[in-house]
Design a protein around this ligand. Sequence first.
Ligand code: NAP
Length: 270
Amino acid sequence: MIPLSARPLGNTGIRVSPLGLGTVKIGRDQGLKYPNRFKLPSDHEIRALFEEAKTLGINFIDTAPAYGTSEEKIGKLLLDRQDWIISTKVGEEFSAGESEFDFSGAHTRESVERSLRRLKTDYLDLVLIHSDGNDLDILEHTDCLDSLLRLKEEGLIRAVGMSTKTVEGGKRALALSDIAMVTYNSSHTEGSPVIDLARRTGKAIIVKKALNSGRIAREPGGNELALEFVLNKAGVSSVIVGTINPLHLRSNAIAVANFQAEGSSNPAPG
Ligand code: NAP
């Protein structure tokens, strides 16, 4: 297959592969809503997954402090850090089977400093606010974004944004920051106006749950149709698909490469 070609992440100056690797299942096996049970992969399996991703042209990896040991595993097992665009989050913590949220400025800074240590890096490419659903309230009534913007000024972060859960929050995140991460798939198109706004304003959209957390990919060829559906939407920079199965990773990358080879009419802005 032709390796995936990178594309602009809005106007951040960062280039990402159109398919990114989601890593919840690398570090956490509790409190998730996937249709199938799974076992956390071994270090050997994670390393092989990362190597396969790189071979396929994937340079974009998404993690979060709330994904259990995901950040630590990436710090330990991802080789050639400079070749990767790493996205992590702030605001949600997951311990003893429960999520807790803290969007204070002080916690935001501590969380970013901890991510730098866990990921064994001196900069983070993207940091997204991990919303609990109250997107607007977090953006307008907490110090979280201000704290991230200061960390960006200090050179510890290259771009900031929010993983959103509402349309109004997505639009506000685009007005105030670089990126919105939105849910978008054929069963959930509510995020469409947010993606349209990003296309008009040159901001970046990252799509999560393109396979509706795996439900869409249960039919043969379902992943191809789902990825084509998302990447056909003008304004989408990249789609993050979570997988711990190298065969699924390859199948998803082939679907995206075929889409690119057909000459998509959807250049991301930037
Ligand atoms: P998703 O990408 O729609 O679905 C992932 C599921 O699909 C996994 O269980 C995976 O299982 C399965 N899958 C992937 N490729 C497949 C294929 N070719 N054939 C069959 N099954 C396939 O949804 P998600 O995991 O909920 O979200 C993706 C990523 O987005 C996460 O990993 C995370 O990085 C990010 N995310 C962020 C937030 C947030 O910020 N609030 C929320 C949710 C997700 P296998 O492991 O068996 O392949």
